[in-house]
Design a protein around this ligand. Structure first.
Ligand SMILES: Cc1ncc(COP(=O)(O)O)c(C=O)c1O
Length: 379
């Protein structure tokens, strides 16, 4: 990414990635669901405590699987934050759902649970909280409202692997949760994802949907003597080459998290006075949450201020970037009835937010340059 002296993101090797890829090649099993995939699944099930983990080709595809598993059909409604990546909503729209965009809280930029009940209707079939920047949503309130209305919760945990809400890992609250291992994420295999299934009733069908609508997984386990087409599905399982890469990263997850934590805390501390003096907001992490250290963002006083700060970084060969544009105001969002003023917090904050470089191999002296550049800037 970029040609900048300090890029926004840089995927890094942690040690065994290439050796494990060679091993996968030597095993002669390059398609999905081999030994490395099984190791990754076991990691999520034992370390994170999810009911069942299935690697997928992306978080987008894990979300598509969730929509299929929930039998989302035309006319169903799905509640999603406007402040998120397109896939959070697109996966459900693909099945014919009508999105209901919910605004976010100004402190964590997570779905505002106080607006949830007002958006639930008899047609609501899913609520999809996004743990923005890896800081957990208000899961107690969300789960209570969802269960009172009998609506399933699918956590989009693309940012939140290893984050916790009240001592429990993100990704273990909803009936399902989705992960991303895209190269911008804390642990990566380039492009990849996972579906976490906490309500085990979905497991059997998830295996089928992931294997092109066939019962091939049961066949491989010897549970059926031939495999055939039994349901809808697609090709959602990644190659062993990707699983091998991911496996190497997962083995050193604590080291990765420790590095990112150091980077994140250094920004938070070094920019504190400057932020206060310039009315810039830094990320809020409520006391009952352990965050995933996925990203460090600033909310500047205005759009003009943010654009000037991005340009200031650019002059110093540093790439700082903004983030999501409000989905309800996108061309697709407008086709679903979205209009200015529907999600005022999202509309306001998305114009003012920018993200600073955070990646596992960000060198101390490079981070010092980013900090120095910010401290020079006065709007
Ligand atoms: C909140 C959120 N959900 C889903 C995705 C899609 O992830 P992937 O690229 O693995 O499909 C992203 C991408 O970064 C994201 O930010």
């Amino acid at each position: 990414m970029s040609g900048y002296r300090i890029p926004f993101n840089k995927p890094g090797l942690t040690g065994n990635e290439l050796a494990y890829i060679s091993a996968a090649v030597a095993h002669g099993h390059l398609s999905g669901d081999g030994e490395f995939t099984r190791k990754c699944h076991a990691f999520f099930e034992t370390e994170v405590g999810v009911g069942r983990a299935l690697l997928t080709t992306s978080c987008t595809h894990a979300l598509e699987m969730a929509a299929l598993l929930l039998d989302i059909s035309p006319g169903d409604e799905v509640i999603v934050p406007s402040f998120t990546f397109v896939s959070t909503v697109n996966a459900f729209v693909l099945r014919g759902a009508q999105p209901k965009f919910i605004d976010v809280r100004p402190d964590t930029l997570n779905l505002d649970e106080s607006r949830l009940e007002g958006l639930i209707s008899p047609r609501t079939r899913a609520i999809v909280p996004v743990h923005y920047a890896g800081v957990g949503c208000e899961m107690d309130a969300i789960m209570e409202i969802a269960s009172r209305h009998g609506v399933p919760v699918v956590e989009d945990n693309a940012h939140g692997l290893f984050g916790k809400y009240r001592g429990k890992y993100l990704g273990t609250f909803g009936c399902m949760a989705t992960q991303s291992f895209h190269e911008t994420k804390n642990v990566t295999c380039g492009e990849g994802g996972a579906l976490f299934i906490n309500d085990l009733r979905y497991v059997e069908r998830a295996e089928i949907i992931r294997e092109k609508g066939t019962n091939r997984s049961q066949f491989i386990r010897g549970q059926v003597d031939k495999y055939t087409w039994v349901d809808v599905g697609s090709s959602y399982l990644p190659s062993e080459l990707l699983a091998a890469f991911l496996c190497a990263q997962l083995e050193v997850w604590q080291e990765i998290q420790a590095r990112r934590r150091r980077i994140w805390e250094r920004y938070q501390e070094a920019l504190a006075d400057w932020a206060r003096e310039n009315a810039v907001l830094r990320p809020a992490v409520p006391a009952d949450r352990e965050q995933a250290y996925h990203m460090f963002y600033l909310v500047t006083p205005s759009l003009a201020w943010r654009q000037a700060l991005i340009a200031h970084f650019k002059q110093r060969q540093i790439l700082a970037v903004f983030h999501y544009l409000p989905l309800h105001l996108s061309p697709m969002g407008k086709r679903f009835g979205g209009k200015q003023g529907d999600c005022p917090v999202t509309e306001n904050l998305s114009e003012r937010l920018l993200r600073l470089p955070v990646y596992n191999d960000l060198r101390e002296q490079d981070q010092a340059r980013v900090i120095e550049a910010a401290l020079e800037f006065r709007g």
